[in-house]
Design a protein around this ligand. Structure first.
Ligand code: AMP
Ligand code: MG
Length: 436
């Protein structure tokens, strides 16, 4: 635990370092593993090394339609007899006799003895139907190995292809399929309680009365949690009263990670920090010099002995014991603040709990297309739109009416970072963006 709550604001770098230290400690304990069907593995985290079930490719494979040959022979440009043909799916033939070539299709095994494949488009056909010939059109020559992927070039049988801790997406599923993995071992997803607080909030299906707004943050965070490998568990909205918060926090005790939104500013009804303190929370920090997201709380709660029957609606799955405490975040209530602080601080903790080896957050460089003017003193994460169409990513801020502007956030695809001491950035500058 770094310190008790003092109300002191950390710099972005200090807060990020604090979270990274905590995430690294959490990452030492791996979650329980379970097996899931390959098709259901997207978004899960691999729990064991994926190894090559055979050499990949399993045979020397042609990457082109053309003629398997010896590079030295075909590069003389003399006509060579086409001695036979292999389609994709046929067994390897050969050995290739001296002075002949072998017709071959993309994906077919290259006959033994051939050391290159010359492309169909690069040859001229002649000879007779009984004795067809081809010759490589001058001045082109070909080198050994061209258009052939050698057996085992990608991996040898038993080689590690993916480490445990990899977030599984389409490419990893394709690789698993190529190894014959009908199922994959994945880590149990950490259950992430999402608790939105605020007297003004109503559930999304409810028509807000004057002064009320819909709870947009719970749905947003649930999507972010799922994308990061966690299992979202949305709790009912808590009111800005001690009683409501205490009851909601008691309910959330079964979670592996707790995300609270709202109620962490300095207002009269911002009661989340005292509610956490009443539960014996130890605070890593209670504010960061960032915009949006300044009144951010990062705390540890004791893990109470949890009765699994206490809340039958909670998602199932093994609860991990992480040093007896549970990371808890009080995210500022405005949705853009909640999103930015989740990406910067909660996502790395969630990634560690999920068993991932890449803990994030993810940054990239881009060229700024318009001047940006802000005041110094806070590191800013401004909603921005980055285009990746050209050779260099280009980014500009989207206009926004503050951190409650959901439409601006929905048009943005990243956050432009303005360092604490910069104040302004000029068009043309290379800038850092935070990726979602
Ligand atoms: P707070 O951090 O509680 O002071 O809230 C800051 C602003 O965010 C207020 O305008 C709230 O109405 C708004 N807000 C808080 N929670 C949510 C939520 N779950 N969904 C949408 N807006 C919210
Ligand atoms: Mg509030």
């Amino acid at each position: 635990m770094s310190r008790e709550s003092t109300g002191e604001l950390l710099s972005y770098a200090q807060a990020a370092a604090c979270v990274a230290r905590r995430a690294e400690r959490l990452a030492r304990t791996k979650p329980a593993a379970e097996r899931v069907r390959l098709a259901a593995a997207a978004g899960r985290v691999l729990a064991e090394t994926l190894r090559a079930s055979s050499d990949q490719p399993p045979f020397a494979r042609s990457t082109r339609d053309g003629y398997a040959c010896r590079a030295a022979e075909i590069s003389t440009h003399r006509p060579l007899t086409v001695a036979g043909s292999t389609r994709a799916g046929e067994a390897p033939s050969g050995p290739l006799a001296r002075g002949v070539v072998w017709e071959i299709m993309t994906g077919a095994p290259v006959p033994r003895g051939a050391d290159a494949v010359v492309m169909l488009e690069h040859v001229e056909s002649a000879g007779t139907a009984a004795k067809p010939t081809i010759r490589l059109l001058p001045p082109r020559t070909i080198k050994e190995g061209e258009n052939i992927v050698a057996r085992g070039a990608q991996a040898r049988k038993g080689d590690a292809l993916l480490p445990a801790g990899t977030l599984i997406g389409a490419a990893q599923i394709a690789l698993g399929a190529s190894c014959g993995a009908t199922h994959l071992a994945v880590y149990a997803r950490p259950r992430v309680a999402i608790l939105s607080t605020g007297d003004e909030l109503v559930p999304i299906a409810t028509k807000p009365k004057p002064g009320q707004i819909r709870n947009s943050s719970s749905a947003m965070l649930a999507a972010m949690v799922s994308a990061a490998g966690g299992e979202p568990w949305i709790l009912p909205i808590a009111r800005d009263t001690l009683k409501s918060l205490d009851a909601a926090l008691a309910r959330a005790a079964a979670a592996d990670l707790l995300l609270i939104t709202g109620g962490v500013s300095a207002g009269k009804f911002d009661l989340v920090e005292p509610a956490l303190a009443r539960l014996g929370a130890r605070f890593h920090f209670t504010g960061v010099r960032i915009q949006p997201g300044k009144p951010l709380v990062f705390a540890e709660l004791r893990r109470s002995g949890t009765n699994p029957n206490q809340n039958p609606r909670r998602p199932s799955g093994p609860v991990q014991n992480q040093n007896g405490t549970k990371c808890s975040f009080g995210l500022p209530g405005n949705p853009i603040s909640s999103a930015v602080t989740f990406l910067l601080f909660a996502a790395p903790i969630l990634a560690a709990l999920a068993g991932r080896i890449d803990l994030g957050p993810r940054f990239a460089l881009a060229r700024l297309t318009e001047d940006v003017k802000t005041k110094t003193g806070l590191t800013r994460f401004l909603p921005a739109a980055c285009t990746f169409a050209g050779p260099v990513p280009e980014v500009a801020c989207v206009s926004w009416q503050g951190s409650g502007d959901l439409a601006a956030m929905a048009l943005a695809n990243c956050y432009l970072i303005v360092p604490e001491d910069s104040g302004s950035l000029e068009a043309g500058a290379t800038v850092t963006i935070l990726l979602p």
